[in-house]
Design a protein around this ligand. Structure first.
Ligand SMILES: O=C(O)c1cccc(C(=O)CC[C@H]2O[C@@H](n3cnc4c(=O)[nH]cnc43)[C@H](O)[C@@H]2O)c1
Length: 221
């Protein structure tokens, strides 16, 4: 930020307190950035985001937290910066497979474009810091994927699917209602596939979330 520019007013939405604390550690003291715990799932995230946006003025909304990474795209301990936020189960099943709300012509879209310039600058900064980062679609689902078959179906449904979380689309819809740009930044605690909760590396993913948050501060300075 140069002398003439105003600081970017960012709202960061996490799902649980441990994620909020990791982001705040990365931002450091007196960052001036609002970080909230919006709850788990799209509805809680959307409602919490909208409530905050109705109370104060912001320039940018970011969904941040841990996530599952798709094998071959984003490994445990890596960072994914969304290039698109996709509601991957918003549609209908059919004998021919899943049909999204877009194809059902319900007049809305399950794909939200992210803030590309800032996302790209963040990816560049993370690479400069030798942190493993990937840019790609982050899927939002209401149910954590728990089988290899479901993971395969999702990867086939969304080209280049990098990660899945449970809040991004909800945060993005709320931001869109306020005509604000959105980003999603996730660090990978587990791979998308057969459920093995003991294998989730939450502590490691939170430590990387802290590093990614520090890099974000450097990018918006
Ligand atoms: O138990 C803890 O200490 C703890 C600390 C931080 C976060 C958690 C969570 O359980 C976060 C749930 C949150 O994580 C996202 N997530 C993570 N992996 C996946 C996944 O494979 N598929 C979908 N979502 C995932 C999700 O956004 C949840 O809200 C616990």
């Amino acid at each position: 930020m140069n002398e003439k520019q105003k600081p970017l007013r960012c709202l960061i939405v996490t799902s649980v307190a441990a994620e909020k604390e990791a982001v705040e550690r990365g931002f450091g003291r007196d960052s001036g950035i609002t970080v909230i715990t919006g709850g788990v799932g799209q509805a809680a995230a959307a409602a919490s985001t909208a409530r905050e946006l109705a109370q104060a003025s912001y320039d940018l909304v970011i969904c941040a937290g841990i996530a599952g990474g798709f094998s071959g795209q984003a490994g445990v301990g890596s960072i994914v910066v969304a290039d698109r936020i996709i509601a991957a189960d918003l549609g209908t099943e059919s004998a021919e497979g899943f049909i999204s709300i877009d194809h059902l012509q319900l007049g809305t879209t399950a794909v939200i474009e992210t803030e590309h310039m800032l996302s790209r600058r963040l990816v560049t900064r993370l690479r400069e810091k030798q942190l493993p980062v990937h840019s790609g679609p982050i899927l939002t689902l209401s149910t954590v994927t728990g089988t290899a078959e479901s993971a395969r179906v999702l990867a086939q449904r969304v080209d280049g699917a990098a990660a899945e979380g449970m809040e991004g689309y909800g945060v993005a819809v709320a931001a869109a209602q306020f005509a604000l740009p959105v980003m999603e930044i996730r660090t990978i605690s587990n791979l998308v596939g057969p459920r093995d909760r003991d294998a989730w590396r939450i502590k490691e993913a939170l430590a990387v979330l802290e590093q990614a948050s520090a890099a974000f501060m450097e990018v918006i300075k």
